[in-house]
Design a binder for this molecule. Structure first.
Ligand code: FE2
Ligand code: FE2
Length: 250
């Protein structure tokens, strides 16, 4: 199984973001991936026209699975991307693709940049992971650990020991998928591989890199010139996940 993983589209009604998303989807159109997972910040302002455009762009023969980020707005996300009634509760979704479970958790706190998995989301996650023993991916927007980009680490997912307790009960989880950082990165959380997709809209820099020390007032540690990129996760029969990064000319 191959999973395409993209994140942080930040569609804002301007051509630049749309062109980047279109380039990524054009690249994916020729790939026989089994699922496309998008880990949040799909719309930049959470506005209905941004979701309408996202729905037009995020088309693929394989299932396209989307979870919200801190720039998304739950009600508009539900209405525009999921065809659901525009309610404000956490957007938690379970999808089974080819015998593999994808548990998409809502790590957002409405109106805030930082992340947190609500008790109801963790209870839901514990329940769906209890429903089988095949491989499972758990996806959310905010990484539950620091990754070395200080401005993003300051708005990571907190309360992470509660997530660790759930994961300890479910060894079927082969990897955690996240975004938010706008950089392709690989680490672990609670002994489970954590794969962070690069940004489609921009890439973030480490403080050691030129420009990586900028504060938000100066544009943040973001490089808007680098082309969009994404990850391709290969799920092996032994449960390992190998992640390949691809840069898409744009
Ligand atoms: Fe983002
Ligand atoms: Fe984010």
């Amino acid at each position: 199984m191959i999973i395409a993983h993209l994140s942080d589209l930040h569609l804002d009604g301007e051509p630049r973001a749309e062109e980047r998303v279109a380039a990524v989807m054009d690249y994916l159109a020729d790939l026989a991936v089994d699922a496309v997972v998008v880990t949040g910040d799909i719309a930049d302002h959470g506005a209905p026209p941004e979701y309408a455009r996202a729905a037009e762009l995020l088309k693929h023969p394989a299932p396209v699975l989307v979870c919200p980020g801190n720039h998304d707005v739950r009600a508009a996300f539900r209405a525009g991307l999921l065809g659901a009634s525009p309610s404000d509760g956490p957007i938690d979704q379970a999808h089974e693709v080819g015998g593999v479970l994808f548990a998409l958790c809502d790590s957002t706190i409405p109106g805030r940049g930082e992340g947190f998995l609500a008790d109801e989301t963790l209870d839901w996650l514990d329940g769906v992971l209890s429903g089988g023993d095949g491989p499972a991916f758990v996806a959310f927007h905010h990484p539950p650990v620091e990754v070395g980009v200080p401005l993003v680490d300051a708005i990571r997912q907190s309360g992470e020991q509660r997530l660790a307790a759930v994961l300890a009960r479910h060894p079927r989880v082969v990897a955690l998928l996240a975004g938010h950082v706008h950089t392709g990165a690989s680490t672990t959380f609670a002994g489970v591989p954590l794969r962070i997709a690069p940004g489609v809209v921009s890439q973030s820099l480490l403080p050691a890199e030129p420009g990586g020390g900028r504060g938000w007032a100066d544009g943040g540690p973001l490089d808007h010139e680098r082309p969009p990129s994404l990850l391709l996760h290969v799920l092996h029969d032994d449960g390992r996940v190998t992640s390949h990064q691809r840069v898409v000319p744009c």
